[in-house]
Write a protein that binds this ligand. Structure first.
Ligand SMILES: [Zn+2]
Length: 543
């Protein structure tokens, strides 16, 4: 049960401090996945679950919560009996010896294959870790409200429609530009967070955005430590408050992080792809706002992105999806494929990029749903319920120069890098929608649903409505069961009303709708914003 907050929330600019009295010991626990309905128990008791991994959840729970879970047959292991005011890190071990080494530096507990939990008595446990070891801090807040308790539709291979406007955009990606940008970034010698080289690299990225007509600023957050974030933005013409993010971390590390950490693959490659996307998209207006983010503090534990994502949630920003690139230029074997990591709530982004890579780039991608892959900036967005994907060359990593002083441009495969940059840009462009030639996309699409029992089981009626537009012949209605993918038109002729009833659809899954306006010349607009309709809750739908 969450501790009642007796004091009002204290809101800081870009950050937040919780002040609440502690009632009884809060313990850090590992909760075994497996039994169905686990997420329902979390929600019913409003538990402080702070991290999802492939095989378990981690939570800050009191004894009543632990008892409630165990009574329901859930295996709970106590990792730390007093979790008050402590910072915990998830750490990806390099070898079997990592745990032995970490136990000399603090407390280390095995969570599942490839994941250790590390903490120290006081201070920032990140300072006690070797510099190159991937780590992520456990959030100080609950992620329970973001856990989907209903199954998502599973992906299936279906043909996607090609958008020639996206093809034109993607074809502008230049291998030579990417090469020049990677070289410029590696020439800072080190981009270790807090060094002069890191600050100079931030200024370089900022100036590059500005020079190419992209609004830019360098931001710093109270919760971000020394990390700075370079933010470039192109405002959307139709839906400026809905944001598509493409990002990469620009800080670097090595065995000599203060003096020499060229970080060409990790992660000048991803940053170069973000900068190239900004240069190109600046010339093609889109319906949605596109933000180009370069984070630092990633190697210390995602400091820049976690501060950014926290601020985004606290200011109610609507983020459609986040494409995070981290190491996209080393090929251990050709053809090299690009690996995409998503969590369950972001699985539609894996489908999207899979199709866009096939349609607009010469690249094979393989998608894995794995909530344990938290060692890059996309995971900061997962913590706040935002859809996000990671694009990476290999997992497990094959680059022998990873976090070494030899991670330089001459070891990279720039053809692979260019194809990866194209695939990512294609997904960003598809989601942001290049401005159309037809009428404006319809606004204020809303949906409500009712359900009923029939011989076929429980079914839903879904009623959608939108704002009328002048000078149009009508509207087309599209539905899908996978967000932002595979929209299918469900009306025969353009609808002339400003509402539509979709009757008798399956009740147990999510449905998503967009609509278009059809001009009097027959030219169709871009899609409206998407609305989602949840499944019928199990209690109401049960027979
Ligand atoms: Zn990296």
């Amino acid at each position: 049960m969450k501790v009642p907050r007796a004091l009002p929330l204290v809101f800081l600019v870009g950050g937040l401090a919780f002040l609440h009295p502690s009632i009884g010991p809060v313990q850090l626990v590992r909760i075994d996945k497996g039994g169905p309905g686990l997420e329902e128990i979390f929600k019913a008791r409003d538990m402080d679950v702070v991290q999802e991994l492939a095989t378990c959840y981690l939570g800050r729970l009191d004894r009543e919560d632990v008892l409630a879970l165990r009574t329901s047959g859930v295996a709970v292991a106590i990792l730390d009996r007093d979790a008050a005011d402590k910072t915990y890190l998830l750490v990806r071990p390099e070898s079997a010896r990592t745990a032995v080494d970490l136990r000399k530096r603090g407390r280390a507990v095995f969570l599942e294959p490839g994941a250790l939990l590390f903490w120290t008595g006081a201070g920032d446990p990140s300072d006690a870790l070797p510099s190159g070891l991937p780590r992520k801090r456990l959030p100080a807040f609950s992620i329970v409200s973001y856990l989907r308790t209903y199954p998502m539709a599973s992906a299936s291979a279906r043909p996607a429609a090609r958008d020639p406007r996206v093809g034109v955009i993607v074809d502008q990606v230049s291998r030579d530009n990417l090469k020049a940008l990677i070289r410029a970034l590696q020439d800072f010698q080190t981009r270790r967070t807090g060094t002069a080289g890191c600050d100079a690299a931030a200024a370089f990225i900022h100036d590059y955005f500005h020079m190419n007509g992209v609004g830019a600023e360098i931001q710093k957050y109270p919760t971000g430590g020394d990390a700075v974030t370079v933010v470039g933005e192109l405002r959307g013409g139709a839906f400026p408050d809905d944001i598509v993010i493409v990002c990469a971390h620009f800080d670097s590390t090595s065995t000599m992080p203060e003096t020499l950490a060229p970080g060409a693959d990790d992660n000048a490659s991803g940053v170069a792809a973000v900068m190239e996307a900004a240069r190109i998209l600046a010339r093609y207006p889109t319906d949605y706002t596109v933000r180009f983010l370069a984070f630092s503090g990633e190697e210390q534990g995602l400091y820049g992105s976690s501060a950014y994502a926290l601020a985004a949630e606290r200011t109610d920003q609507r983020i459609v999806g986040v494409v995070n690139m981290d190491m996209i230029a080393y090929a251990d074997a050709m053809p090299e494929d690009l690996e995409i990591f998503v969590n369950r709530a972001s699985s539609w982004m894996g489908d999207r990029l899979f199709q866009d890579a096939a349609e607009y780039a010469d690249l094979t991608v393989s998608t894995r749903v794995d909530p344990s892959m938290v060692y890059s900036d996309h995971a900061s967005f997962w913590d706040h319920g935002y859809p996000a994907l990671l694009a990476i060359e290999d997992e497990p990593l094959q680059n022998p120069y990873y976090h070494q002083t030899g991670d330089t441009l001459d070891t990279l495969n720039l053809d692979f890098c260019a194809q990866a940059a194209k695939a990512a840009l294609a997904t960003v462009a598809v989601l942001a929608q290049p401005a159309g030639f037809g009428p404006p996309p319809p606004f204020r699409l809303e949906a409500r649903s009712s359900f009923f029992s029939s011989l076929l089981g429980t079914r839903k009626n879904i009623y959608i409505s939108w704002e009328p537009q002048s000078h149009v012949a009508g509207y087309n209605i599209y539905r899908t069961d996978i967000p932002y993918n595979y929209y299918e038109k469900i009306n025969d002729r353009p609808v002339t009303e400003v509402n539509y009833a979709d009757r008798g659809v399956a009740s147990g899954m999510w449905h998503y709708y967009v609509i278009t306006a059809v001009g009097q010349d027959g030219v169709e607009s871009n899609f409206s914003r998407q609305v989602e309709v949840p499944p019928v809750p199990p209690k109401q739908g049960a027979k």
